[in-house]
Design a protein around this ligand. Structure first.
Ligand code: ADP
Ligand code: MG
Length: 698
């Protein structure tokens, strides 16, 4: 490149409003889409591209098809005065013949279109009163100039829109932005990575991402841009991970007396998978660096007892452990389980949630600060700033998917590099696991305790309700118990509650007057909830009606039936979690998915997936496919990072590649100090600093 005195280029941070043709009104609309600067626009890739490359001769237009064609305007017929509801019609001619195009809402067209102009059109073809008509087609006047055939006759980008922002206008703006700025986007990838992974340059990728010449150019562009997104995140995670493994932490390596005593007291042997995983955890805890491990395992695989062994190890080493759950009810469930396992060994377990009365809460805090309680079980309340531990050595976070990387960091900050064990019962597809937990080591319990039989899952319609009740009756008669989960009533806890209350009353009075029916919902006080759960566990309640509060964590091995009302309203992972409440004992168990009315396509696929497989990982893959990563966890606070371009489903193969590169880069240059990595480092700090708690010094 020759260094002539080129005028300074406006940079990528230029507000879009400064571009020609973008007024304050348009700028406000763009801002609603998160598009403020040129850079925002460059990385705002279209939802998809439409292939409008092949021109169909007018003669060959077929009613019922969608086509792209071109012709010269030979006649214009606006509707008669006063008939504004009628379409505006244009006659076109090409070498092969004639056709018409018609539009409603034509005021602008009447001004823009003139006889003799050449048009390219894309739209649906119909026959109307004997003539061939393109109805409401996209159109473009062909007159040379740089944005010739922007909207037709090519792979046309289709963008996500917002109220009042027309596709054409956005597309034209994008064209100008890309033409003017794409080549000025600074390259961040080291050449070595680019050539190793065969990635195109950034400028080319931005052009191809918006206005590709061919499908393969589009694919290469997308791959390159997704790679950048993934690489940055994976670099951040790899750096965190390498810092953890290098940091000094606690070495919790007691003789193991407490662990031995718990093992001896268990009515079963650990499975081989539990043993393996426990061994990994034990070694991590003993090592003089902080443990940072994810424990994955399907519902019922026995993660809790493994966590209890870890807690005992911390306690025997003279430290405290905190067990954090995402909901009050799960925290209470854990409290019961951990008390049962630990208190016989003399370990005091205390509960800390925000639902506690002030006095109880103060007492729980005092016990932690004084070190009287060896184990604290609770919710987010455990990591509030004002909570102090005397010597926190181990943090166990259950159902981690509801916590993000940040909360994890906060919990770790509660001690001097305590060990961290993250447990999740929602099997997570690999792509998501790498994204959310890329900074953790992973242990998987891939085996269920013996004599577990897969839960028989069936879908039934309302017509079978009586038969289902008869079946539940029979199950209770032979000693089993049943759950009835009430439908989600969208966005209203009050309605949820009413549905569950009505259901419980109907079952108790009309259907099972000879049985005991209990009711569990989120509005019950702590003591009522605990009492109900205790009675269900003791088989004093035969049928437990509940809202979705039992989704995770409840453990009553004697229950053999899970009846889900309006199963079509539940997400796939929720259904799988619910199903995981049964099949915990040696008995054959059943999950009955009751559906009402006509199912949507997605609902049908969810129900089918449930009936087809008991494997949580398979279910999770289908779930991710159906819902997309953003919705996968059913909550915005999932801790999922926002990518500019990358999509965890669509671009999954790129993720693996980017992760490998990130690990290699960090292995060679832990803090990205080498000149070739400087640009990456700068981007990383700009994009992920807050999220990843990357306090990179100077
Ligand atoms: P998870 O938390 O992984 O969903 P839990 O820890 O709640 O699973 O365990 C489910 C049930 O299996 C509990 O009743 C537990 O006592 C029992 N369990 C755990 N490990 C074993 C084992 N190795 N053999 C038999 N039962 C086990
Ligand atoms: Mg559990």
């Amino acid at each position: 490149m020759t260094q002539t005195a080129a005028p300074p280029q406006p940079g990528l941070e230029t507000p879009l409003q400064f571009l020609r043709g973008v007024g304050p009104h348009r700028a406000a609309q763009l801002e609603k889409k998160g598009l403020r600067t040129v850079e925002d626009a460059l990385f705002f890739l279209p939802l998809r591209h439409e292939d409008r490359t092949r021109l169909t001769p007018l003669r060959a237009l077929q009613p019922g098809h969608t086509a792209t064609c071109a012709g010269t305007i030979v006649g214009l017929s606006p509707p008669p005065p006063g008939r504004t509801r009628q379409p505006f019609t244009v006659m076109l001619r090409d070498e092969s013949g004639h056709a018409t195009a018609s539009w409603f809402g034509w005021r602008y067209l009447a001004r823009a279109l003139k006889r003799g102009q050449r048009l390219v059109l894309h739209g649906r073809v119909a026959r109307y009163k004997g003539t061939i008509v393109l109805q409401q087609p996209d159109w473009e006047i062909v007159e040379g100039g740089e944005d010739e055939r922007l909207h037709t006759g090519r792979l046309v980008p289709v963008y996500s829109l917002t109220e009042g922002l027309p596709q054409r206008a956005l597309r034209s703006l994008m064209w100008r932005v890309v033409e003017q700025f794409a080549d000025h986007a600074p390259e961040v990838l080291p050449d070595a990575v680019r050539s190793r992974c065969r990635l195109i340059g950034l400028g080319e990728a931005l052009r191809g991402g918006h206005f590709p010449q061919t499908e393969s150019a589009q694919a290469s562009a997308r791959r390159r841009l997704a790679f950048d997104d993934f690489l940055l995140l994976q670099l951040g995670l790899a750096i965190l991970r390498s810092r953890t493994t290098r940091a000094r932490g606690l070495s919790l390596n007691p003789r193991g007396d407490l662990v031995g005593r718990l093992r001896a007291a268990l009515p079963y042997h650990l499975t081989a998978a539990q043993e393996r995983v426990w061994n990994e955890i034990r070694q991590d805890m003993a090592a003089p660096h902080p443990m940072h491990r994810l424990l994955q395992g399907d519902v019922g695989s026995g993660k809790t007892v493994v966590a209890a062994l870890a807690v005992l190890t911390a306690v025997e080493a003279g430290y405290q452990a905190a067990v954090m759950a995402p909901t009050e009810i799960l925290a209470e469930q854990h409290l019961m389980t951990f008390r049962q396992l630990l208190e016989p060994l003399g370990v005091r377990v205390s509960l800390l949630t925000s639902a506690l009365k002030p006095r109880e809460r103060a007492a729980a805090r005092a016990a932690l600060a004084a070190g009287d309680a060896g184990c604290a079980v609770g919710t987010h309340a455990l990591v509030q700033e004002s909570v102090v531990y005397r010597r926190l050595g181990l943090a166990v976070v259950d159902e981690q998917h509801r916590f993000g990387v940040e909360q994890r960091a906060r919990l770790r900050g509660k001690g001097e590099h305590p060990d961290l064990l993250v447990m999740t019962a929602t099997p997570i597809p690999r792509t998501l696991a790498l994204t959310l937990y890329g900074d953790l080591d992973v242990s998987v319990i891939d085996e269920l305790p013996p004599a577990r039989r897969p839960v028989v899952t069936v879908a039934r319609s309302e017509a079978k309700r009586r038969a289902i009740y008869t079946f539940i009756d029979e199950q209770v008669a032979v000693g089993r118990q049943a759950y009835v989960v009430c439908p989600l009533v969208e966005e209203s806890e009050a309605l949820d509650l009413k549905a569950a209350t009505d259901m419980a009353r109907r079952l108790a009075e009309d259907v099972f007057p000879h049985l005991t029916v209990g009711l569990l919902h989120g509005r019950l006080g702590v003591e009522d909830k605990e009492a109900t759960m205790r009675r269900f566990k003791a088989n004093e309640i035969h049928i437990l009606v509940s809202t979705t509060v039992i989704e995770v964590g409840i453990d009553v091995p004697n229950a053999s039936v899970m009846l889900v009302e309006h199963a079509e309203r539940f997400g796939l992972s929720q259904l799988h979690q619910l199903r995981g409440r049964v099949g915990r004992g040696p008995w054959k168990s059943y999950c009955i998915l009751l559906t009402g009315g006509r199912l949507t396509e997605d609902a049908r696929r969810r129900i089918e997936a449930m009936a087809a497989s008991n494997d949580g990982f398979k279910i999770a893959e289908v779930d991710l496919e159906l819902r997309g990563p953003g919705e996968f966890f059913g909550t915005r606070q999932s801790g999922l990072p926002e990518f500019r371009v990358a999509d965890l489903v669509r671009d999954a193969p790129v993720l693996e590649e980017a992760r490998r590169e990130a690990m290699a880069i960090v292995a060679a240059d832990a803090e990205l100090r080498a000149p070739a990595h400087r640009a990456l480092r700068a981007q990383l700090l700009a994009r992920w600093r807050g999220k990843l708690a990357l306090a990179v010094a100077g």
